[in-house]
Design a protein around this ligand. Structure first.
Ligand SMILES: Cc1cc2nc3c(=O)[nH]c(=O)nc-3n(C[C@H](O)[C@H](O)[C@H](O)COP(=O)(O)OP(=O)(O)OC[C@H]3O[C@@H](n4cnc5c(N)ncnc54)[C@H](O)[C@@H]3O)c2cc1C
Length: 384
């Protein structure tokens, strides 16, 4: 029987989670609408950055390591099929201070999950990375095959490929759905009704605005600033293969080598103030720039005085502890929340999309850690 203008699924939000969900649903032969208020990987979205790390390390947290391993394979397959170079295998270097428990645990998980890595002593670090200021660093752990996804362009590529698979895409803002049980339609801001069997709200930080009663206190959008420092002319020490992507949790700062000539990327992982994703200023602050400068002087002494050549301001969409939120609406059984990427979600896009698809189409069991019931209203970050 024809379903007329009714979709099997409407996916609202074309960030990395929504784009991959629409893609997987279409691959399963479903008729899918993908709607976004501003566009796939738009400048206000969390998925909009130039680049995102894909690392396997989550300390002792094996669930996300396994998901990252699956996702890296999927991203690579996808880019190979699309003929796009949107992954750079820079390697990801974890740096540990006195407390090296996180890298020790990560190494144990890597051994179980088949992640290829190398452990590096301070001596080896000094020899290999003379451009890094290693004060306070006692150990390194290098993920050899991990690296960087070119985020904004990768999301655009997934949304485009989803359309090739039959997904209908449109620019539209969807209002908060109302009703109980299985709802039949949602409404755009121009009053048009969109009918579907299932509705997936993959709205990043907007989930808190769109569902204020349920998620207003459970999604914590935080302002995050990113800086790119210009490298000296003709100097290759800050580009791969000389410099990998690196993280030093004690500094709460991480960065990437000079990719596609954008400069050395420095980002602060500490949560900034609560922001509204529609209206927050996208101009980086003087204090943020000063902090990034101080950090660069300390960790990359040869870049003392280097100019900031580009900045970005984005928001994390944190849950209380950093676990994703992937669950049904408590009253509307065919309405799904997909979000809570919490500053680490991008890499997992392909696996999130596959997981959501299996939950909707196959009634697959849900992971407890992603449930709405597990989401508290006080922040206590546990997933890094
Ligand atoms: C600075 C920064 C650095 C990060 N670094 C990393 C990293 O290195 N590695 C990593 O894995 N992750 C990283 N992350 C996290 C990752 O980028 C996010 O978790 C991920 O992009 C979230 O994707 P999303 O699809 O849930 O949300 P978004 O990308 O925000 O997409 C949500 C979409 O929903 C749309 N929308 C909202 N409301 C509506 C509505 N009512 N109707 C229609 N459309 C709507 C929006 O326009 C938007 O396009 C980082 C995030 C930031 C901000």
């Amino acid at each position: 029987m024809s379903k007329g203008n009714r979709y099997d699924a409407a996916v609202i939000g074309a960030g990395v989670f929504g784009a991959w969900t629409a893609w997987h649903l279409a691959r399963r032969g479903k008729r899918v609408l993908l709607a976004d208020a501003y566009g796939p990987g738009n400048a206000r979205a969390s998925s909009a950055g130039e680049s995102r790390i894909i690392r396997m390390g989550y300390g002792a947290d094996e669930l996300y390591t396994r998901w990252a391993v699956m996702s890296l394979a999927r991203w690579k397959e996808f880019f190979a099929a699309a003929g796009e170079r949107l992954f750079y295998g820079t390697g990801v270097l974890w740096l540990a201070g006195k407390d090296d428990s996180r890298v020790r645990h990560a190494a144990e998980v890597f051994a179980r999950c088949g992640v290829v890595f190398e452990e590096l002593s301070t001596k080896e670090l000094e020899k290999r990375y003379p451009q890094i200021g290693l004060q306070g660093i006692m150990k390194g752990l290098l993920e050899l095959h991990s690296g960087v996804l070119m985020a904004r362009r990768a999301v655009a590529a997934v949304a485009e490929d989803a359309q090739r698979l039959g997904v209908e895409y449109r620019v539209a803002q969807i209002a908060e759905p109302r009703g109980a049980g299985a709802i039949s339609a949602v409404t755009t801001n121009s009053g048009e009704r969109i009918k579907a069997d299932a509705f997936v709200f993959a709205c990043g930080a907007w989930l808190a605005k769109l569902f204020p009663e349920i998620l207003g206190a459970r999604i914590f959008p935080s302002r995050q600033e990113v800086f790119f420092f210009g490298v000296p002319p003709g100097d290759t020490r800050f580009a791969p293969p000389a410099l990998p992507t690196w993280l030093f949790q004690e500094d709460e700062i991480y960065g990437m080598p000079d990719l596609e000539s954008r400069g050395l990327k420095i980002a602060v992982d500490r949560h900034g103030e609560r922001v509204d994703p529609d209206t927050q200023s996208r101009l980086a602050s003087a204090e943020g720039a000063e902090e990034a400068r101080r950090f660069v002087e300390q960790r990359f002494p040869a870049l003392r005085g280097a100019p900031i050549v580009e900045t970005r301001v984005c928001q994390y969409e944190n849950t209380w502890n950093g676990d994703f939120l992937i669950d049904r609406h408590p009253e509307m059984e065919n309405v799904w929340f997909v979000g809570g990427g919490s500053g680490h979600g991008f890499k997992h896009g392909p696996t999130v999309g596959e997981y959501v698809t299996a939950r909707i189409l196959d009634g697959a069991d849900g992971e407890k850690r992603f449930s709405l019931a597990s989401k508290e209203t006080v922040q206590k970050r546990a997933v890094f």
